[in-house]
Write a protein that binds this ligand. Structure first.
Ligand code: GLA
Length: 714
């Protein structure tokens, strides 16, 4: 359907429970009048605009609720778009031109609102892709022009969202190595609160590009109006939260325009990354389930598929291994019962052997000293042992001590006239350069050729970008954008040839966790911190945006908690191991083998079920999280003792969620340590109604620090 012309229009972008209303005003601007719960009558949306203070014709036009604010004319708040036109003029006005609506399939509808500058041959198309069932919208902009010469995009956000309310509360996440996704919540007072990244790669090292904003009061798990969003961009981002006047908040999200003035030639199309967001009037829990459901069905690689469990050698060998050691680890993988042996860092480099983090990065030939039989033999050994073989790569990077550095100095991001700065002794390759893109692609392709059995890749990224400068790029203004596009091109090529191989996204832990990258990756490494106590919090926070099927949780030597506790925490996602299997006591080994079998029997629910946070670890001595299958016939409930003081642990029952009130359930404890006794009566029957209104006591305390329950309908 195409609607054109000047008459006032109401464009409604609807999902199952919510709606985003766009309208033209009498200046022919497109105003975003409402985002929130749907009204019963569609014809009442047009009544909203008149009730708003910023009606056309008022004195306060400078901040009217435009759907996408361009700078230099009427609207004087933080813009989404700022342009230097071909003639040097810096003012842009966007007027409504037309709207296209396309029902892609029964669940997805794309609405494209075309805007045009009345003076310049300059257009912006606002794209809204609505996912009905999931209550999710993806929004992005496409910018193009036919001016006499090139223009410069000084700012080019993906989306502007305007919310009205009495108060606004931002829940954002800050990180550092080993302490990813720490959460804070603050009232947004007047002015602009910016969360951004200028790090180039590892964009989430300091801040997450995912966020939640509650309206009127901080949302709780099950109550309150909240918007949850995440920018789909594997690079510098900028999220602005601007509170203005009494009752308004404008969220502007997109690529960080600093320092990235982007030159756009006539006829070229600049497509911004997508901002994905969901609105929930039932608190944060619903918002997170919406995003998780969307991701599994539409965004995450193999989101509704299967995953492989891993034995990784990193924390047990570090760089110190040889064929013999690896051969025995392959056998241990089988013994443990997991699916893949993942060979981590340290297997490559000859002139500069990768025996520590100071050299070899970039020289992707197996180290002939350590691996006399080569990596192809390891692939064969794994197959013979009945497991898969996976490998670690960090193909965007180079150590100065490498042949790659010696042979291709022009492939490296640096300022040749300045001192080099390193993070983890390394530099970043210049992925804006097509030759480097070919090299990175070839690195991966060659390994597949060498090890045809290759069944898993861990793709790491341990350095951010210092001295940003491409030796070959003509216009350095596009450097950061072109880097990400170069990376995407490589990943696109790899996925075209190898669509199915699982790939783990890692960046010195979780410094690169975004939904653009997760189109290519099946999972991510949330943190190098695998202490299970810390992990409860880290996994809890990631889960507001990312489904558990995407989270690699490994049992390691980190943390002094019992193996059972570590295992239960790792099960709340994709279970894996980084332990010395041959040093496990017979009891620990038998527990672990059994745990893998238990996990295999419940993983479908953890990966594909609905997640409910029952009791949070910040305010309680017991944390509790449940996963419920679609039919509401089975729930897996993880309970962990998280008190650091001597406390009586839980005294009142924990209320379950997501069950069917009319069904009857039995509860049994699973994944017990050999010889331990359960206090749970597995024959007692409860109604779903009872379990959700009264709850259940999992009997967690300082001696029983973790309890996994299986709730089954009878
Ligand atoms: C990063 C990753 C680790 C490991 C090392 C190897 O730190 O996060 O899991 O792969 O690199 O050097």
């Amino acid at each position: 359907m195409v609607l054109t012309g000047m008459a006032q229009k109401t464009i409604s972008i609807a999902t199952k429970s919510n709606v985003l209303i766009l309208e033209t005003d009498k200046d022919n601007s497109v105003i975003s009048t409402y985002i929130g719960r749907k009204l019963d009558n569609d014809d009442e949306y047009s009544a909203i605009q008149q009730l708003d203070k910023y009606v056309p014709g008022s004195d306060d036009l400078f901040n009217k609720r435009e759907a996408y604010i361009a700078s230099g004319s009427l609207n004087l708040l933080e813009p989404a778009l700022s342009v230097t036109h071909a003639d040097g003029n810096k003012s842009t006005v966007l007027e409504f031109l037309s709207v296209d609506e396309k029902q892609i399939d029964p669940n997805r509808k794309l609405t494209v609102v075309h805007l045009k500058d009345p003076k310049y041959n300059f257009e912006v198309a606002l794209n809204y892709l609505a996912y009905f069932k999931e209550d999710v919208i993806e929004q992005w902009a496409e910018i193009k022009h036919q001016e006499k010469g090139a223009i410069v995009l000084n700012k080019y956000a993906s989306a502007n969202l305007t919310l009205s309310g009495k108060k606004f509360f931002l829940k954002n996440h800050y990180s550092g190595w080993g302490r990813e996704m720490r959460s804070e919540e603050q009232q947004l007072l007047h002015g602009i609160k910016t969360i951004d990244s200028k790090l180039g790669t590892r964009e989430n090292l300091l801040n997450s590009s995912s966020f939640m904003v509650s309206v009127d009061r901080p949302a709780t798990e099950d109550q309150g109006d909240v918007i949850a969003g995440s920018l789909e961009w594997t690079g510098n981002f900028k999220l602005d939260f601007e509170t203005f006047d009494e009752y308004y908040l404008r969220i502007t999200a997109g690529i960080n325009n600093f320092p990235s003035d982007y030159t756009l030639k006539p006829g070229e199309n600049f497509v911004t990354p997508r901002l994905v967001y969901t609105y929930s009037s039932n608190g944060r829990g619903q918002a997170s389930r919406n995003l998780q459901n969307w991701a599994r069905s539409y965004q995450l690689r193999e989101g509704s598929g299967e995953r492989l469990s891993i034995l990784n050698n990193w924390e047990t060998t570090y760089f110190d291994f040889n064929d013999e050691k690896l051969s025995s680890l392959i056998l241990d993988t089988k013994k443990l019962g997991v699916d893949v042996f993942l060979l981590d860092d340290g297997w490559f480099g000859n002139k500069y052997p990768r025996n520590n983090a100071t050299g070899g990065l970039g020289d992707w030939q197996y180290n002939r000293q350590k691996l006399k039989n080569g990596i192809s033999t390891l692939g064969k050994e794994a197959t013979a042992a009945g497991v898969k073989f996976g490998i670690w790569l960090e193909p965007e990077m180079v150590n100065p001590k490498s042949e790659l550095y010696e042979n291709h100095p022009d492939w490296i991001i640096r300022q040749p006239e300045r001192r080099e700065y390193y993070m983890r002794n390394q530099l970043v390759l210049d992925l804006t350069n097509p030759k480097v893109q070919d090299f990175v692609y070839q690195t991966v392709d060659d390994i597949f050729k060498e090890v045809p059995e290759l069944g898993f890749i861990k793709w790491d990224c341990n350095s951010l970008i210092y001295n940003a400068n491409s030796p070959t790029l003509k216009n350095q203004g596009s450097f950061y954008v072109d880097y990400v596009r170069g990376l995407n091109k490589v990943l696109e090529r790899i996925r075209k040839k190898y669509p199915k191989t699982p790939m783990m996204l890692c960046a010195g832990g979780g410094s690169r966790v975004d939904y653009a990258a997760l189109q290519y990756f099946t999972e991510f490494w949330p943190s190098d911190n695998t202490n299970p106590f810390d992990r409860i919090f880290i996994q809890w926070e990631y889960s507001y945006y990312f489904p558990s099927i995407a989270m690699d949780n490994h049992i390691t030597a980190m943390g002094s908690q019992p193996l059972k506790f570590k295992t239960d925490v790792a099960m709340m996602g994709k279970l894996g191991y980084d332990v010395k299997v041959n040093e496990l006591s017979p009891k620990d080994l038998s527990f672990s083998q059994n745990a893998v079998a238990v996990y295999n029997s419940i993983k479908d629910i953890i990966w594909h079920g609905q997640q409910y946070r029952l009791q949070d670890p910040y305010e309680n001595s017991v944390a509790s999280v449940a996963y419920v299958n679609e039919q509401q016939t089975t729930a897996i409930v993880f309970n962990y003792y998280v008190s650091t003081l001597i406390s009586p642990a839980i005294t009142i029952p924990i209320k379950l969620k997501g069950l069917d009130a009319s069904k009857k359930y039995k509860i049994e404890e699973i994944n017990q340590y050999p010889g331990s006794r359960s206090y749970i009566d597995k024959d007692k029957v409860y109604s779903g109604d009872f379990l959700m209104k009264i709850g259940f006591n999992p009997q967690v305390d300082a001696r029983r620090t973790s309890v996994v329950l299986k709730v089954t309908a009878i």
